[in-house]
Design a protein around this ligand. Sequence first.
Ligand SMILES: Cc1ncc(COP(=O)(O)O)c(C=O)c1O
Length: 425
Amino acid sequence: MTKLDDALAAAIGRYRQAHPRSEAALTRARAVLPGGNTRSSLWNAPFPLCVVGGHGCRIRDVDEHEYIDSLGEFTAGIFGHSSPVLAAAVADAHARGINLSSHTPYEVALAERLVERFPSIDRVRFANSGTEANLMAINAARLATGRERVIVFENGYHGGVATFIPGADRVNAPYAFDVLPFDDIDAAVVAFAKGPEVAAVLVEPMQGAGGCRVASPAFLQSLRDLTRKSGTVLIFDEIQTARMAFGGLQERLGIVPDMTTLGKFFGGGMAFGAFGGKAEIMDLFDPSRPGALPHAGTFNNNSLTMAAGIAAIDHYLSADTLNALFDRGEAFRNRLNAAFIANAAPFEATGIGSILNIHACLDAPQDAVAARRLLQFEVLAEGCYFAPRGLIALSLAITEAEIETFFAALDRALGRLMPVLSEVH
Ligand SMILES: Cc1ncc(COP(=O)(O)O)c(C=O)c1O
């Protein structure tokens, strides 16, 4: 055991002592859920927190601790918790009657709002998750082009069955994926030189689950140029990055893809996904046409999601609000990196706007993992929650006061950690 391992074991010991009911909750869950878990990304050994509620930017666990929620449901929880606006929209839709077995006015109103925001979307279809939206976008591209190959990128994440993070890809849907290095223009040029048989390029403008790695504008522009020349459908997965501006990160980049996938917060906190694009592709799904592509789904237009999405857009997601959140996130990440440098702490935060990931910069991979986990446990003990993998996604509910609280917590945590970490790197 190194000093770092000892420090991590001690932090986990303190965590265990402070959270007996979370541990008991996992023990109970293990009998009926594999490992007590139904969403792999939430796992955190020895047991994740059992969270019983939240209000604004704070969550409460079953052991009665309160935390500043700096994770924001892995970017979906941009509104904070218990928004009265969203609660009223959902209650109103429920009171009018849900599960209506036909078209409703809601889906049109939500679609109009999305089409207005994204020049890349002439028409949109709704789904129940981002994963489903990406699979349907791939299907649309394959069938529109009559081609099979789909280019994706190392460490990309497009859903539980379309992930290119090493080790996580064994349950992927069986498409003809070509996995290229991310942000590598030469590799993309070589792949396209092989011939015009690529149906789609599916790319996150910033890889979210892959560690908040931002693609260079030049790389994305070269993908735009290569796909345009070869008749390939360029799909931007903006499921995380759509919050970067009124029209998503594509607006900031000035690049218009052929298709865009959305998810997370555009459903106002309900289960949601959407894929949209040029009319010539999306109209393949027009059911009044002979030979239309099917896209079924009991809950595609469920009134609760549609109503929450409309209220979310109208109340929270204006250009000014999203631009201010972007700036706050940029300032947050810069301040975080300044704090790491000032403490000579071996960490770095990457990302863009309000989504960022803390990485431990240590040579040995097992030391890097231990250091990152140690930081997460120490900051948690100070009352601030973020993902064990280092992800932070600021919500609109986090104010400057909570940011000050976060940095004070980080300072105390680094004060305890640095005697250990300074011996490692
Ligand atoms: C970029 C990206 N694409 C797709 C997905 C999948 O969305 P969902 O979890 O709603 O299926 C996610 C989820 O984290 C994501 O971050």
